[in-house]
Design a protein around this ligand. Structure first.
Ligand code: IMP
Length: 431
């Protein structure tokens, strides 16, 4: 068997949590491969809305094993909140959730460093979620980090203190006030909880599962345009959010990757700073924000909204090797007379269809194609045959442009508001 991968193709918040939850009945194992509590994966079913930050979105299904992979960074405090919320809902968490020994720990001082660094950047801040993501991955690549496997080391407290002493020096550099004692109490409670969980070598576990014929779905966080290498650097997160991140973040060889499901919204959103060529800083963008409830599930910040950007989407499809597209929030575009799609950019006096090194507004100007909109409320649709012809045209246009079939259309946040569409038979193949 091969592991399928599901990931976001834009700037995050595409709706990965919902689709992992919808697809989980087809899988034995769901594994998160990167990021940490900067993510907020929202699931809705039976009138319940639940947001997951670190825990994979297959957790509500009795028969699936959920894994937090080595590429993930874990904040024990947030992890403990997530576990207690799930236990209150009756989820038998200890039976269903395994944690990689190689996953790194977010220390309270990582969070402080994140806040201090952002404050020092002033106007050029990244717009980080302030969950300590950047400093934790810096310690990982700097070979200073603490991992889940270290929790059982009798010298764990000494190791913790040594790293905190380094962080204290850095915080002095930033001239940043803090009270660590308050934060540490909760943190060590979270460590106790993590100690009681099942720790695994996820690379062995997943490869063994594949050998035994089990199906595995790797769940990404954030989006491809926030990837540390291929995103709009430096306004990115600190991990590889693209498909290759599933290989390094779980220990799955590239040849063992099967389907790659790429999720995108019918429009674009971005939270935090950074370039966004198709951003609509006007009443259309505001309508998308209000109708789409485009406010962050982790930070509550309002999301910037804009039209679909095909050069960016094609770029993400290419670097991920996407085999199927999943379109989210089609319902939010109902009511617009015309839907616009950016088909290419004007760049240094030329028309280009690819994503250049810089996509800031002084470098690229989006060029749009107008398509007819639709007025129908899509949220009650149960079959793909009932979608309005204008939306079907919009989907076909995207398929023709990208060469990848759109297999699922989501028309609302609930599990049930999901239309499975037949893949386009004769989709052109991208080279
Ligand atoms: P960090 O990962 O918290 O350091 O944030 C870096 C950038 O990525 C900021 O612009 C964040 O708003 C953005 N970001 C991080 N996680 C997410 C996410 O899950 N969804 C959307 N944006 C995110």
């Amino acid at each position: 068997m091969k592991a399928d991968v599901l990931l976001g193709l834009q700037w995050g918040d595409e709706g990965k949590g919902k689709i992992v939850d919808v697809l989980t009945p087809k899988y034995d194992v769901i594994a998160r491969f990167q990021g940490g509590p900067n993510a907020g994966h929202t699931l809705e079913f039976n009138g319940i809305k639940h947001v997951l930050h670190t825990i994979p979105s297959g957790i509500f299904h009795d028969d699936a094993v959920n894994i937090i992979g080595n590429g993930v960074v874990i904040d024990p405090v947030i992890f403990k909140w997530e576990i207690s919320a799930l236990e209150k809902m009756g989820v038998d968490i200890k039976k269903r959730l395994f944690v990689s020994r190689r996953a790194h720990l977010i220390l309270p001082t990582h969070r402080l460093l994140d806040a201090a660094s952002e404050k020092a950047k002033g106007k050029s801040k990244i717009g980080s979620t302030l969950k300590g993501i950047g400093p934790t991955y810096m310690d990982k690549t700097g070979r200073n980090g603490l991992r889940i496997g270290d929790i059982d080391n009798p010298k764990f407290t000494e190791m913790y203190e040594a790293l905190v002493a380094k962080h204290a020096q850095l915080l002095q550099f930033y001239d940043y006030d803090y009270n660590l004692e308050e934060l540490e109490e909760e943190w060590f409670e979270g460590i106790d909880l993590l100690r009681s969980m099942t720790h695994i070598d996820c690379e062995h576990y997943i490869n063994q599962a594949l050998k035994e014929g089990k199906s595995v779905l790797a769940e990404g966080a954030q989006g491809s345009l926030l990837d540390i290498d291929f995103g709009s650097y430096p306004f990115v997160t600190s991990s590889n959010t693209i498909c290759a991140g599933a290989c390094t973040g779980l220990g799955v060889a590239p040849g063992k990757v099967g389907q790659v499901f790429g999720i995108f919204k019918a429009y674009c959103t971005r939270v935090g700073s950074g370039p966004f060529p198709t951003e609509l800083d006007n009443e259309i963008g505001e309508q998308m924000r209000q109708v789409g409830n485009e406010f962050g599930s982790t930070t509550g910040r309002s999301r910037r909204c804009g039209w679909l950007d095909l050069p960016a989407l094609k770029y993400a499809i290419q670097v991920n090797g996407v085999t199927e597209l999943i379109m989210m929030k089609a319902d939010v575009l109902s009511g617009f007379d015309k839907i616009q799609v950016c088909t290419h950019y004007e760049y240094k006096g030329e028309q280009i269809h690819h994503l250049p090194y810089s996509i800031s507004e002084d470098v690229v100007k989006p060029v749009y194609k107008k398509l007819d909109g639709w007025n129908n409320d899509l949220t009650g649709l149960t079959e793909v045959e009932s979608i309005p012809s204008e939306l079907e045209n919009y989907i076909r246009f995207i398929e023709e442009e990208t060469g990848v079939p759109v297999s699922i259309i989501s028309v609302g946040p609930d599990r049930k508001q999901t239309l499975h569409r037949k893949a386009l038979q004769e989709a052109p193949v991208l080279d």
